[in-house]
Write a protein that binds this ligand. Structure first.
Ligand code: ZN
Ligand code: FE
Length: 252
């Protein structure tokens, strides 16, 4: 499984997945036609388009790419009416294969009510869209804070070595937010060195890993006393801490 990171729009990432044995080409969340097509052109084909959710900055390339390459578009069955050109409707926990690559649909609502992640268990790779970012999480638009909190908990349970590819390069500002409320976290400081070095060279900070996020992403650390104390909410529940952090981040 080879993954190419494609920079799109101002801060989006689309991902091209190439599976050699069956010569299968798949793209995750094509934000725009031109930038994606430039990379797809090397392969001269596009078999599948995977969409994590319906937002325009994740599906904008769907129709033009499908038209040019006769691709099949795959998304969540609850978002049939909102994902342009959708062909294959998948349900929560459903397994599906693109070429030889098997993935599972993980249902992670909150950012939108139909948001999913694509989990390639054997390859230890997950595409998290706008739910889990490096050092952050997506805004809660359609679901509730409880939905988002539960969705992030599902991702926390994945093997720590799992590589996570998300929908945006938001890492810099996420890092600043984490540092503000978790300033003594040595793992976070360690991660910041790698992040700043990548950003300085204009390289993506993606992928991250679930293990790194568990140690440094404040939104996955709502259960820790050190975070509760930093917010002056030492008796609050984990979920209340999450809601507080999300509200603080919205205004950050
Ligand atoms: Zn979105
Ligand atoms: Fe987005």
């Amino acid at each position: 499984m080879k993954i190419e990171i494609i920079k799109c729009l101002s801060d989006n990432y689309s991902y091209l997945i190439f599976e050699k044995d069956t010569n299968t080409v798949t793209i995750v969340d094509p934000s725009e036609f031109a930038a994606c097509d430039k990379v797809i052109n090397k392969y001269k084909k596009l078999d599948y388009i995977l969409n994590t959710h319906h937002h325009a900055d994740h599906v904008n390339g769907n129709i033009l790419l499908k038209k040019k390459y006769n691709s099949k578009i795959i998304g969540f069955d609850g978002d049939q009416k909102r994902i342009p050109g959708i062909d294959i409707l998948l349900k929560e926990n459903q397994n599906y294969k693109v070429g030889n690559l098997l993935f599972k649909v993980i249902f992670i609502p909150g950012h939108t009510r139909g948001h999913i992640a694509f989990y390639f268990e054997k390859e230890k790779i997950i595409f998290t869209g706008d739910t889990l970012f490096s050092l952050g999480c997506g805004r809660v638009f359609e679901g509730t804070h409880i939905d988002m909190f539960n969705s992030l908990n599902k991702l926390k349970d994945l093997p720590p070595e799992t590589k996570a590819y998300c929908g945006h390069e938001y890492t810099k500002v996420n890092l600043e937010f984490c540092l503000k409320y978790d300033p003594n976290n040595s793992n976070l400081k360690k991660k910041s060195i790698e992040i700043n070095s990548n950003l300085k060279r204009n390289l993506p900070t993606i992928p991250t890993t679930i293990g790194d996020e568990l140690k440094s992403n404040i939104f996955l650390r709502c259960n820790l006393n050190v975070i509760k104390q930093a917010l002056n909410l030492k008796d609050a529940s984990d979920q209340e801490i999450f809601t507080k952090l999300r509200d603080l981040k919205d205004a950050f």
